[in-house]
Design a protein around this ligand. Structure first.
Ligand code: AP5
Ligand code: MG
Length: 185
């Protein structure tokens, strides 16, 4: 399963809950990059240049990281990807990985919210956690990239008939309930 949505739409918040509930592994490319930045690995040093500016880490780097993560042996009954793929080249790469393992995507859930709500949420988080990409200029750039590149990914999964849109506005529990209903449907 994939969770897709603009910055601040609640992908991480909801992936944590839903993965626990379904007992599947949640994999967030943003979290893996941040762990590498923190650990000052070569991958982290490379990724940080892009993340601080709100740019996508290059597909070649991101794709390899996801391939490595999906080859680990803790995936069992399935996985929930948060924040990948977000370019068409990443969709193609994920297709290839899944085809090799004779796996398929069951569902893509798109969380929606308007840009002003998203900016408001992320500026709120900036005060609490100080994520280095949560300042207004960078937030707006991340939103622009979502509209420019990731909406094409959403359209592609819609064409395949596996996309469900879920309203991301409301209390966290309420949104989780909508996601569960969409999964059960
Ligand atoms: P990533 O970490 O994925 O950041 P993002 O996509 O910008 O999304 P966020 O994590 O900010 O938001 P979220 O949707 O997870 O919302 P959250 O639950 O946190 O990626 C970071 C960077 O890594 C990218 O910019 C790029 O550089 C790189 N990267 C990652 N993946 C990549 C890829 N595939 N290719 C290339 N580069 C990649 O919630 C946000 C806030 O809102 C929180 O404070 C939360 O408490 C609050 N909130 C959540 N739900 C609600 C609600 N219902 N009501 C009110 N507030 C809420
Ligand atoms: Mg997140």
């Amino acid at each position: 399963m994939l969770f897709i949505g603009p910055p601040g739409s609640g992908k991480g918040t909801q992936a944590e809950r839903i993965s626990e509930r379904l007992d599947v592994v949640a994999i967030s490319t943003g979290d893996i990059f941040r762990a590498n930045v923190k650990g000052e690995t070569a991958l982290g040093v490379e990724a940080k240049k892009y993340m601080d500016a709100g740019d996508f880490v290059p597909d070649s780097v991101t794709n390899k990281m996801v391939r490595d993560r999906l080859s680990e042996d803790d995936l069992g009954t399935g996985f929930l990807l948060d924040g990948y793929p977000r370019t068409i080249a990443q969709v193609d790469h994920l297709d290839e990985i899944l085809a090799t393992g004779e796996e398929k995507l069951d569902l893509v859930l798109q969380l929606t919210a308007d840009d002003e709500e998203l900016v408001h949420r992320l500026l709120g988080r900036a005060k609490e956690t100080g994520r280095s990409d949560d300042n207004e200029a960078v937030i707006r750039h991340r939103l622009d990239l979502y509209h420019e590149q990731t909406e094409a990914v959403v359209a592609k999964y819609a064409e395949r008939g596996i996309l469900t849109q879920v309203d991301g506005i409301g209390a966290v529990d309420e949104v989780a309930g909508r996601l569960i209903a969409a999964i059960e449907a």
